[in-house]
Design a binder for this molecule. Structure first.
Ligand SMILES: Cc1cc2nc3c(=O)[nH]c(=O)nc-3n(C[C@H](O)[C@H](O)[C@H](O)COP(=O)(O)OP(=O)(O)OC[C@H]3O[C@@H](n4cnc5c(N)ncnc54)[C@H](O)[C@@H]3O)c2cc1C
Length: 325
């Protein structure tokens, strides 16, 4: 059984070393030449099972109906353990009721990234859920966590009707506000003083509010200076949270759309499943490394196969042809 090591860090500086080494090493950091360490860093070793033995539900492939969650899967951290505990618990409960498994995708939640990374890539050192590990960071924002996840939690019976209604209301009002901005025009005489104040170019003819509000020099407090915007906000009881959500959509619409398209493209490969007993060794044009890794990890879809290190885009093309795509 492999073991992991938790280390403490000084901004990425490993301190799981003998005390005299820590002392010498820290003194080499600019500004720390005369540092006095009151308490030295330490490391803790712990056992784990290779998470590549798990499926996306966190059930181990080796023993049916046995679910693993937390540090035993090679992660470290409270949130990492809690997230896996939640997912393993949900899936064990669904399994008992003969229901479909609950899997979060990489573009739906950080939990999806965490579990997919663990079971597809494995881990050689304590895995932490750094935001940098997610490729869809524009979609996985904290301000839209309720919009992304509450409907799923509600379906599972984990979120109340009241919470679900609050989310529906937020979505409805955000859509309404966005529609207003897309459809409403402003004239130069209404807008130009505000534009001057914010050092951004004047307009010479009427323009849709959505387009003007997207300018980086303007925020929504500036847009609210227009009487018709403020009147709309008051009439529809639009609160700060909805204004923030709308502003994010206006400012980042292009980036959000681009990421959604990328995710959709990858998700289409998610629909191409690979039979669990697929014999990679009979596909002569796959690289040796790909055959070994695919046989070990047994991905359930082409998309998961594409994320395994050592499996190249040309291996994926070969598999797609083999699967009749
Ligand atoms: C000193 C230290 C500081 C840390 N600081 C932080 C921090 O600041 N932030 C952070 O996010 N993370 C921190 N961590 C990491 C974090 O605590 C762990 O990653 C996390 O608690 C793991 O949760 P878990 O549920 O997987 O395992 P655990 O919390 O270890 O739970 C496993 C449980 O199983 C029980 N158990 C074991 N064997 C058996 C058995 N045979 N039968 C029945 N029960 C059994 C154990 O008693 C234990 O209660 C720290 C860890 C340490 C050691």
């Amino acid at each position: 059984m492999p073991f992991n090591r938790i280390e403490t860090y000084v901004n990425g500086f490993s301190t799981s070393l003998p005390e005299d080494v820590q002392d010498k090493a820290l003194r080499k950091v600019a500004g720390f030449e005369n540092v006095k360490i009151l308490r030295f860093g330490y490391a803790i070793e712990y056992d784990y099972f290779p998470p590549t033995q798990l499926t996306h539900t966190l059930e181990t492939k080796l023993i049916k109906n046995l679910y693993f969650a937390g540090q035993i899967n090679g992660t470290t951290g409270y949130e990492e353990a809690a997230a896996q505990g939640l997912m393993a618990g949900i899936n064990a409960a669904l399994n008992i009721q003969n229901k479909e498994p609950f899997i979060l995708k990489r573009d739906e939640a950080y939990i999806g990234v965490l579990i997919d990374d663990l079971i597809t890539k494995g881990t050689e050192e304590p895995y932490r859920m750094f935001t940098s590990r997610a490729e869809y960071r524009t979609l996985l924002r904290q301000d839209n966590a309720d919009l992304r996840l509450t409907p799923l939690a509600f379906e599972l019976g984990l979120a109340s009707k009241e919470r679900m209604n609050r989310v529906l209301e937020k979505q409805k009002k955000t859509d309404l506000f966005l529609k207003f901005l897309v459809e409403t025009s402003v004239k130069p005489e209404e807008m130009n003083l505000i534009l001057d104040d914010n050092k951004t170019a004047r307009i010479s003819q009427s323009m849709k509010l959505f387009k003007i509000a997207a300018r980086p020099q303007l925020n929504f407090d500036d847009i609210r200076k227009l009487a018709k915007v403020e009147a709309f906000i008051l009439a529809n009881s639009i609160d700060r949270e909805i204004i923030e959500q709308t502003e994010i959509h206006v400012k980042y619409a292009g980036y959000i759309e681009k990421e959604k398209n990328q995710a959709d493209k990858v998700n289409r490969l998610e629909n191409v499943s690979i039979p669990s007993n697929f014999d990679y060794y009979k596909v002569a044009s796959l690289s040796i490394e790909a055959r070994q890794k695919l046989t070990k990890i047994k991905p359930i879809t082409i998309s998961q196969a594409s994320r395994i290190s050592g499996v190249s885009p040309s291996d994926i093309s070969v598999l797609l042809v083999y699967m009749g795509r």
